[in-house]
Each structure stands twice: as structure tokens, then as C-alpha cells.
Design a protein. Structure first.
Lengths: 113, 113
């Protein structure tokens, strides 16, 4: 079956430092799945951060970026300078066209001032 | 206004009892999904639906039934609840297009004693 592996948390980083959360995937039923990053901020529900559906393309949102790399089957999430408000749990996920998402375990990120 | 709502938000059930978790969406999406989240497993797909009257098995359907009586509503039914079904359950709706983005409800915390 499909699987997603991401950086094991918790990750602690200081404000204005850079952040990278690694994500690699394995998709057995389709060559090029759609890739997503979801985020859950404290006290809020799970929401889409960004998505990329074309291999080689980059998605960005709220200062975060992720590039769909089909050669390395990776979709790492990066931000150059984090803020305290970026403290959240981040989930990498893939889907095979409307058959539900396969999630990684989530990475808890804490940003300290 | 929240587009995906779930009820109840918290539920305590007894082993062997019947539990129904309800989900309502106002996104007018064709696709709806039920996931559960457990420590060490991330979110896992239980059932999904492509529209009113349809239900499909996800990755972990055993012990669960689903019902989609209308475009807006999607229920998850535990006919004989067991302690192993203690979890947090999330409903989502999806637009069904290629690159299906899913929109999640706030979750239902279920405890089976």
C-alpha cells in the first residue's frame, strides 16, 4: 500500500531560524500521486497548507514551500524564517485521486521567541 | 461559518453498544471521508463516499459501517463498539477534482469503556 514517512517530532526551533520537515512517500497504485501538506494549529482543525499535483512543481503558502521530487519521492517542507505563530503539527499526505489521503504521522513544531 | 461539522464532539460508549457519528458538510462536495487518528498511526481512512447512496471501504473498515443518505450527510456507525475503537474520528469532504483537496471537521473524541 501507499505510505508517507516524515520527520519525527517534536522539532524545536527559535524564531527567525529556518525549518525543514522531511517527507518521503511510496505510492504503489499510481506513479505520480498528489502531494499535500496539512497543518493543525493549536485549538484548530486540520487544514490544507499547500498541495502540488504535478511532479517537479513547487507549492507555497504562508512562507512555506515544498517541491514535488519524483526522483527522490520526496516532498520536504521548508520555511526560511519561522515565527512563533508557525507552532503547529504538520502532516505530509498523498492521495490517488479521491480515494482518501494517506498521511504521515505528523511533526509537532514548536517555535520559541 | 464552519463547512464541515461533526456531532457529537465527545462520546463515551460502552462495549457492545451502538455508536453513530454524524458529519454534515455545506461545501456541496461529492466526496466525503471518515478517518481515525491514533497515536503512532496518524490518520487512517475508514470509509469514503462518492455521493449520496454510495459508500466505499477504506484502509481499515472492519468494525465500521457508513451511510450517505444525502449530499450533505455522512455517518459512521459502530454496531458493536469495542475498546479498540477508542480514538479521535475526523470527517472530511472533498471537491473530487484531480488533486482532490479535503476539508476536515473538528473531530469527535470517542471513548469506549
Amino acid at each position: 500500500g501507499d505510505s508517507v514517512t516524515q520527520t519525527e517530532g517534536p522539532v524545536t526551533v527559535s524564531e527567525s531560524e529556518s525549518l525543514i520537515i522531511n517527507c518521503t512517500y511510496s505510492a504503489t497504485s499510481i506513479a505520480y500521486p498528489n502531494l499535500f501538506w496539512y497543518v493543525r494549529y493549536p485549538g484548530e482543525g486540520l487544514q490544507l497548507l499547500l498541495k502540488v499535483i504535478t511532479a517537479g512543481q513547487k507549492g507555497s503558502s504562508r512562507g512555506f514551500e515544498a517541491t514535488y521530487n519524483k526522483e527522490t519521492t520526496s516532498f520536504h517542507l521548508q520555511k526560511a524564517s519561522v515565527q512563533e505563530s508557525d507552532s503547529a503539527v504538520y502532516y505530509c499526505a498523498l492521495n490517488n485521486y479521491a480515494q482518501g489521503l494517506t498521511f504521515g504521522l505528523g511533526t509537532r513544531v514548536s517555535v520559541f521567541p | 461559518e464552519a463547512a464541515v461539522t461533526q456531532s457529537p464532539r465527545n462520546k463515551v460508549a460502552v462495549t457492545g453498544g451502538k455508536v453513530t457519528l454524524s458529519c454534515n458538510q455545506t461545501n456541496n462536495h461529492n466526496n466525503m471521508y471518515w478517518y481515525r487518528q491514533d497515536t503512532g498511526h496518524g490518520l487512517r481512512l475508514i470509509h469514503y463516499s462518492y455521493g449520496a447512496g454510495s459508500t466505499e471501504k477504506g484502509d481499515i473498515p472492519d468494525g465500521y459501517k457508513a451511510s450517505r443518505p444525502s449530499q450533505e450527510n455522512f455517518s459512521l456507525i459502530l454496531e458493536l463498539a469495542t475498546p479498540s475503537q477508542t480514538s479521535v474520528y475526523f470527517c472530511a469532504s472533498g471537491d473530487g477534482d484531480w488533486g482532490d483537496t479535503q476539508y476536515f471537521g473538528p473531530g469527535t473524541r470517542l471513548l469506549v469503556l
